[in-house]
Write a protein that binds this ligand. Structure first.
Ligand code: GLN
Length: 514
C-alpha cells in the first residue's frame, strides 16, 4: 500500500516532532529524517512534500548542516522553516547573515493573501519566532509574502519552483494560525488527499498483521501501559489465540499494578487473552544490585526483559514473532529518525539483540505518536480509562529511584506514589495534570520524628502539564494539596523524612528523573 506522505528533514531543531505531528493532524502521514539522508533515498520515498526544520546552526558557517541542491529540484514542494528557510535562501543565491535585531517570542507579521499558504489567515497574525540570523536578500525568483517589524522576509515563495520558506515556526501553537498555514501547504500546495485516519490505520494494520503472521505464533510483551496494551489488543484482533501475552512483573511497577494488569488482560478479563504472568522481581533486583548509573540500569532492565521473554517463549514452544509497543517518538529519540541527539536509550528500539531467537519483532505502533496510539486504542474498543493512562516508562520505577535500586527503595517509592496519586485524584486534579508521580532521591538527611533523630530518604514529587511531552511545565498544585501529600507520606511511609516538589520545566529537566 502506498501511503501518501510528507517528509520532514531534520536540521536538529527542537520542534522536529511537532512539525510531523501537526502534519498528521491534517490527516497526512509524515515522517522525520536526518538532513544526512541521501537524495536518492528521499526521491524513492516519493514524498508529496518536504519540510525542512529549524536548527541551532547558522547556515553560512563552515560545517553547518546543509542540503543537496537537488532537493529543491525534485519537483516536490519544499517548505523551509526557520533554519530550513535560511538554508534554502543561502543555497539558492540569497543572502543570510546575523540579524541586526534578533527575534524571539510572539511576533506579529503582515501577510500577503495572494499566497496560497495564507489563504484564510488574518492580515496581521502572531507567529512564534526564535532566530539570530535573518534573510537579508531573498534568492532569485522568490518574492516576499510576509514581513514583521524586524524581519523584512518573514515568509517567501517561488510558486514556479514550488519552494516556500517561513522564518517563523508554524508548528508551535503560539503561532496562532500555524495550523491553517500547514494545512494550506499540505493540501493547496502539495495536493495531498488526507488519507491518514486512525480507523483506516487500525483496519489496515490488523489486516497486514494477519497476513504477516499467517499461522505463526506471536508473543507479546505486555507491560500494562497504553502502548503495549494497544499493541496487544491489535494483535488479538488480528490473530486471536495464536497470541500469547507475557506480562513480566519486574518488581518496578506502581503499587498493585501487577494485579490490575492481570484483571484486565488475564484469562478472566474482557479480552480473554492467553496470559502468562512472570513474577521476576528477585531476578531484576539481583541484576540491579550496586548499579547506579541510569543508562546502565536501563540497559540491564531491557536485557533482562528480553531474557525473561526468551525463556517464556521456549516454554510455550515455537514462537515466531515478538510484539513490542514501540512508538514513533521512541524511534526518533533513539537517534534512528531525525537528527535529535540520543537523550535516553529505549530498550525496545533498535532491532534484535543477537541472543534472541525469535524470527522477527513486530512493532505495530512504530509509526504512531502517543495521541495517535490513544485514538487507535479507542478505535479498538479499549476502555477510555485505560487508553488515557499516564505514561509509565518501560524500566519502571527503576529510573524513578535515583542511584541503586533495592527492594526497600521500591517499597518506599511505590507507597509514596500511591499516596500522591490518591490525593491528586481526591483534589480533582488528575485530569488536568498530564503526568505526575513520586520518585526517590538518593539523598538521605537528618530529621527528627517522635523526638528521635532520623536519617532517612527524601521523596520528590513531580507533576507536569504538557501537550506533547516534548516540552513541559511543572503544574501549580495548590499548596494545601502538597502539604497533605507530604504529611501522609512522612507519616505512612517508613524511611522518608522529607518531601520535595520539583518545579523544573522540560527543558532543561526531563519529565522522568533518569
Ligand atoms: N540558528 C538559526 C538562527 O539563529 C535558526 C534558528 C531556528 O531554526 N530556530 O537564526
Amino acid at each position: 500500500m502506498d501511503r501518501e506522505k510528507i517528509i520532514v528533514i531534520d536540521f536538529g531543531g527542537q520542534y522536529n516532532q511537532l512539525v510531523a505531528r501537526r502534519v498528521r493532524e491534517c490527516n497526512v502521514y509524515c515522517e522525520i529524517y536526518s538532513y544526512k539522508t541521501d537524495i536518492e533515498t528521499i526521491r524513492q520515498m516519493k514524498p508529496k512534500g518536504i519540510i525542512l526544520t529549524g536548527g541551532p546552526n547558522s547556515c553560512y558557517e563552515e560545517g553547518a548542516p546543509s542540503a543537496s541542491l537537488e532537493l529543491f529540484k525534485l519537483g516536490v514542494p519544499v517548505l523551509g522553516l526557520c533554519y530550513g528557510a535560511q538554508l534554502m535562501m543561502h543555497l539558492l543565491g540569497g543572502h543570510v547573515c546575523k540579524a541586526p535585531v534578533r527575534e524571539y517570542g510572539k511576533i506579529e507579521i503582515t501577510v500577503d493573501h495572494s499566497s496560497r499558504l495564507f489563504s484564510g489567515v488574518q492580515d496581521k497574525t502572531i507567529c512564534w519566532m526564535s532566530h539570530n540570523d535573518y534573510i537579508e536578500n531573498v534568492a532569485p525568483g522568490f518574492r516576499v509574502i510576509a514581513y514583521s517589524d524586524n524581519c523584512p522576509a518573514a515568509a517567501v515563495e517561488s510558486v514556479e519552483q514550488g519552494l516556500y520558506a517561513f522564518q517563523f515556526h508554524p508548528e508551535v501553537l503560539h503561532t496562532v494560525e500555524g495550523r491553517t498555514m500547514l494545512h494550506n501547504f499540505v493540501y493547496a500546495v502539495c495536493g495531498c488527499a488526507g488519507d491518514w485516519k486512525m480507523d483506516a490505520f487500525v483496519e489496515n494494520t490488523v489486516k497486514a498483521l494477519r497476513e504477516k503472521v499467517g499461522d505463526g505464533k506471536v508473543l507479546c510483551a505486555l507491560s500494562g501501559g497504553v502502548d503495549s496494551s494497544v499493541a496487544a489488543v491489535m494483535l488479538a484482533k488480528a490473530v486471536g489465540d495464536q497470541l500469547t501475552c507475557v506480562f513480566v512483573d519486574h518488581g518496578l511497577l506502581r503499587k498493585n499494578e501487577g494485579d490490575e494488569v492481570e484483571e484486565v488482560f488475564g484469562p478472566n478479563g474482557p479480552y480473554r487473552l492467553n496470559f502468562i504472568r512472570v513474577n521476576a522481581q528477585e531476578r531484576f533486583y539481583t541484576k540491579l544490585k550496586g548499579v547506579e548509573e541510569p543508562e546502565r540500569k536501563r540497559k540491564i532492565i531491557g536485557e533482562e526483559f528480553i531474557r525473561v521473554f526468551e525463556e517464556e517463549a521456549k516454554k510455550i514452544g515455537k514462537v515466531d514473532f515478538l510484539v513490542q509497543g514501540t512508538i514513533y517518538p521512541d524511534v526518533v529519540e533513539s537517534g534512528l529518525g531525525g537528527e535529535s541527539a540520543v537523550i535516553k536509550s529505549h530498550h525496545n528500539v533498535g532491532g534484535l539483540p543477537d541472543y534472541v531467537d525469535f524470527k522477527e519483532i513486530i512493532e505495530p505502533l512504530r509509526d504512531l505518536f502517543k495521541d495517535e496510539v490513544r485514538k487507535a486504542g479507542l478505535e479498538l474498543g479499549i476502555p477510555a480509562k485505560l487508553v488515557y493512562r499516564q505514561p509509565f516508562p518501560g524500566p519502571g520505577l527503576g529510573i524513578r529511584i535515583i542511584g541503586e535500586v533495592t527492594a526497600e527503595k521500591v517499597r518506599i517509592v511505590q507507597d509514596a506514589d500511591a499516596i500522591y496519586r490518591e490525593e491528586i485524584a481526591e483534589a480533582g486534579l488528575d485530569k488536568e495534570i498530564n503526568q505526575y508521580f513520586a520518585a526517590l532521591t538518593n539523598m538521605r538527611s537528618v530529621g527528627v520524628m517522635g523526638d528521635e533523630r532520623t536519617y532517612d530518604y527524601a521523596v520528590v514529587l513531580r507533576a507536569v502539564r504538557t501537550i506533547d511531552f516534548m516540552t513541559a511545565e511543572a503544574a501549580e498544585i495548590p499548596y494545601e494539596v502538597l502539604t497533605k501529600v507530604m504529611n501522609r507520606i512522612v507519616n505512612e511511609v517508613r524511611g522518608v523524612n522529607r518531601v520535595f516538589y520539583d518545579i523544573s520545566s522540560k527543558p532543561p529537566g526531563t519529565i522522568e528523573f533518569e
